[in-house]
Ligand binder design. Structure first.
Ligand code: MN
Length: 293
């Protein structure tokens, strides 16, 4: 056993709004953690925030992406999405939307009409996952992954359970198709005895606190919006709840070891590719959304 050391634990108290529907705190981004957390580029923690009922459409209108994937994980509330690649759908609690922007899409992200009408708690995460340079111009793809498709594996000793969104845990494979090796685990912790989990030696690892309080490696406490970043070296780390239980997101991946050049909604490998993305978007090459019915 070789322990993966926590190299730092961080938090972002201040947030901003994405459109008028998503109050987010950007916990990490590639400007700060690029190589350290590769292939994970960015994580927005949205909510938790209670919304009053409305007949208005809340969210963010048509905008582009190229060169990476957006992964939306819902804990409470419901989000509707449409993209120019023909993808679309509504996801709710326990569901995940894994959108590969690839060569380019425009999309919109709104509170689902029924959720907007009833109001309620919005509690979600949006993760950006980089694509390997050779796959950045892949055809856009949309994976709608519902709760029932995500295997849930009990941790030993009643320590909790792991929902395997991508990669594998204890023989269970997650449904998400990815372009590079990674594990994305939604972990519920229900005991105060530490449980040891593993990633391949050399992988990036971040543990993001979402609900309750969790302890990693018996050294760092994570509340909502706090995250721990680990050394690439080593394989083992421990998790446990402190108190009544906790939810954390575990992001582990094989680093891409490629340059990152980003500008707003475009993440490529070189600034020339960024210039090309802006040019292609401005000349309408990302397509458009079908007219709303
Ligand atoms: Mn977007």
């Amino acid at each position: 056993m070789s322990l993966k050391q926590v190299t730092g634990a961080y938090t972002r108290e201040r947030g901003h709004w994405v459109g008028d529907g998503f109050p987010v705190r950007t916990l990490f981004d590639y400007n700060t953690f690029g190589a350290k957390l590769s292939p994970f580029l960015m994580l927005d923690r949205a909510g938790p925030l209670e919304f009053t009922p409305t007949a208005q459409q809340r969210g963010v209108g048509v905008h582009p992406h190229r060169g990476f994937e957006t992964v939306t994980i819902i804990y409470s509330g419901s989000v509707a999405h449409r993209d120019s690649g023909g993808g679309g759908g509504t996801i709710g609690p326990g569901d995940v939307q894994w959108m590969t922007a690839g060569s380019g899409v425009v999309h919109e992200e709104f509170h689902a009409p029924a959720f907007a009408a009833s109001g309620g708690l919005l509690d979600m995460v949006q993760l950006w996952v980089n694509l390997p340079a050779k796959d950045k111009m892949t055809t856009p793809r949309y994976q709608s992954i519902v709760d029932a498709q995500i295997p849930a594996v009990d941790l030993p000793g009643g320590a909790g359970r792991v929902r395997v969104i991508a990669g594998e845990f204890s023989g269970a494979r997650g449904p998400a198709h990815t372009f590079s090796p990674m594990h994305v685990w939604d972990v519920q912790l229900t005991a105060e005895d530490p449980v040891t989990l593993q990633t391949p030696d050399g992988w990036s690892l971040a543990v993001v606190g979402l609900h309750g309080a969790a302890i990693v490696n018996e050294s760092h406490r994570l509340h909502d919006g706090q995250f721990a970043v680990f050394d690439h070296a080593g394989s083992d780390f421990t998790l446990r709840a402190q108190g009544a239980g906790a939810t954390v997101l575990v992001l582990a991946g094989q680093p891409l070891n490629e340059p990152i050049a980003g500008y707003g909604p475009f993440v490529m490998s070189t600034m020339q590719e960024i210039d090309k993305a802006i040019e292609d978007y401005n000349s309408g090459h990302f397509g458009s959304l079908p007219q709303a019915g």
